[in-house]
Ligand binder design. Sequence first.
Ligand code: ADP
Ligand code: MG
Length: 386
Amino acid sequence: MFAERYGTIPTIYRAPGRVNLIGEHTDYNDGFVMPAALDLYTYVAVSPRPDRKLRVYSENLGEMCDLNLDLIHPGSSGHWNDYVRGVAGVLESYGYRLRGADLAILSEVPLGAGLSSSAALEVSTALAILSSSQISVDRTTVAKLCQKAEHLYAEMRCGIMDQFISCHGRAGHALMLDCRSLDFQLLPIPGHVRLMACNTMVRHEHASSGYNTRRQECEDSFRALTAVLPGIRALRDVTLDDLENHSNRLSDVIYKRVRHVVTENDRVKKSASALKTGDIAEFGRLMADSHRSLRDDYEVSTSELDLMVELANCQKGVYGARMTGGGFGGCTINLVDAAHAQEVQQRLEQDYEARTGLRPTILICEASHGAGTVPEDPPESNEPTE
Ligand code: ADP
Ligand code: MG
């Protein structure tokens, strides 16, 4: 495709989408999350140009656009090229002098489905244009710069999780990330477990305002608690005992919000221990607790997400199910035994459609490698080979 369009042979980079297994609404409270990279990638083919132009083609959207590296300024245009423009603009603003390039994008990550096609696009673009400019940058820096691009050019105030897992994912592993220090641990997912992402096909209008309200509630509760707990830097530092001792300072609603954050951080740590000992049943129980907490305390679930989780919990071979992502619609994640995965997928499609009239998209995935060049043979290493 690239050779036909541009007449040169490109180098190809790729970066994966992701799913968060547990640790929801903890990232902006300096807490813990546990995503896994999926075997769904965004591919960016690149070949350098002698000038300062970026010519970009998205195969998914069948659209071409031209950018000039000397004329990139922050701000969203609402166009998909915000993500490419954003990555180039942020890299340049941090002093990385880029060469022009021809680019072609092809994504297996479904767009706008909650599996982070945006981070996959940012990270694969960053690797492509950095390497065609013969610049080498470490992975964590790439993740941070891509997050900045999403803030400044897509005007979406996302956490670091999506870009981080897209850079650092490892096949067969989940990654527990400390969103304060960016320390991370890779934790083995048993080989017979599949990650099943179920799109409810419903996303509520108030999703972004609901998200912003929750962030505000966390800030307000932090301010109320910091008066009596001067050592805390974020809700991550509050213990359940602290919360009980000072619950009189919080309204009933805010108390529940904080309880979710505190217990969810605890569940992520317990989930890491469960994976270390291969106890997938315990991991599943923690997922169920997480879903209940998001539904009852944080109040970000929906009837469709609850239904998808409930239906999954009735199926043989399902270890755990919960909503994933910010909520108010979107996806659930199930951990499913490989031997039962296809049957569970079919049953869920039928049952969910019978109850809602909506045909869900259900993907069976495995935890996969983070970003890199496209391997010619089965990947041995996660390191870039540029
Ligand atoms: P998600 O990250 O959950 O998929 P977002 O709304 O954050 O959803 O990002 C989706 C947007 O990213 C798309 O609407 C589009 O603007 C951009 N995007 C992602 N992948 C591609 C692609 N392959 N080609 C063009 N634009 C893309
Ligand atoms: Mg996104």
